[in-house]
Design a protein around this ligand. Structure first.
Ligand code: ADP
Ligand code: TYD
Length: 238
């Protein structure tokens, strides 16, 4: 099973991804936890280039191709092999970030973005994507509270982040069966509970065709019935 987390910087998605991974591990699932850009030696080097705030001259096209090069390596080296072994992959950001940030945020042509995403992922798409949704004002508050210096991407202005957030909303509307949207304004605990219950519901719905005949099956059992887990003839892993 392949689960991704999406949202604006400081939305709290890494916190929630970490909590879900802990929960799945407690249920004896083999889980790979990755964050994008990064996750392989090559992808981590690309990450350093992308986030370096000295690289202000980077063109929007160079930016999308670098994010996608990093992803392509991660898919072929880590994600696809793990899914084919029937393991769980949780990824903090994936190609929806490219659609939201480079497509909507940088305003690159959306058809070109879709084509680049398809090439980079080879068609390996998440079974489930969690959007931790948060207004820009709260992002600004958290950035100030954290008192950190911002990387190149985080230095993009407020209008950019408004477009990115709108992009995420468009993605949820276009594919509601894949997305779970939770409010990032709730407490960490409340968000975690909501994600767990929504993720469990989604997993159950994936499982229903063969159907649990008696009682509640284990999380591992349910996860193994997800399309991407089967490996052969999967609609998600190509
Ligand atoms: P992201 O991965 O989206 O950048 P993080 O999970 O790293 O976000 O969280 C960003 C900051 O917001 C951290 O300082 C974290 O402690 C704080 N945070 C996370 N979730 C919440 C929440 N639900 N309410 C308030 N603050 C939060
Ligand atoms: P990171 O420090 O990992 O941020 P976060 O904790 O918010 O995930 O930095 C990744 C930055 O790169 C973040 O600003 C989002 C951006 N990004 C894109 O613009 N396009 C992409 O395809 C991806 C994966 C990330």
């Amino acid at each position: 099973m392949f689960i991704t987390f999406e949202g604006l910087d400081f939305s709290g998605k890494s916190t929630q991804a970490t909590l879900l991974v802990e929960k799945l591990k407690q249920q004896h699932c083999t889980v790979h936890f990755i964050r994008e850009p990064g996750g392989t030696a090559i992808s981590e080097k690309i990450r350093a280039i992308l986030l370096d705030k000295k690289h202000l001259e980077m063109s929007d096209t160079a930016e999308i191709l670098l994010f996608s090069a990093s992803r392509s390596q991660l898919v072929s080296q880590v994600i696809k092999p793990a899914l084919l072994r029937g393991e769980v992959v949780v990824c903090d950001r994936y190609c929806d970030s490219t659609t939201a940030y480079q497509g909507y945020g940088r305003e690159l042509d959306l058809d070109a973005v879709r084509a680049i995403n398809k090439l980079a992922t080879g068609g390996t798409m998440p079974d489930l994507t969690v959007l931790v949704d948060i207004p820009i004002d709260e992002i600004e508050r958290r950035k100030t509270r954290a008192g950190l210096t911002f990387d190149r991407m985080e230095s993009s202005g407020r209008a950019f982040y408004e477009r990115v957030r709108d992009g995420y909303h468009q993605l949820v509307l276009a594919e509601p069966e894949r997305w779970v949207r939770v409010s990032g304004l709730l407490s960490i605990d409340e968000i975690q509970k909501e994600i767990c219950s929504k993720v469990e519901n989604k997993i159950k719905r994936f499982a229903t065709p063969e159907g649990p005949s008696e009682g509640m099956p284990s999380a591992e059992g349910l996860l193994r019935r997800m399309p991407s887990v089967k490996g052969t003839k999967s609609s998600r892993v190509h």
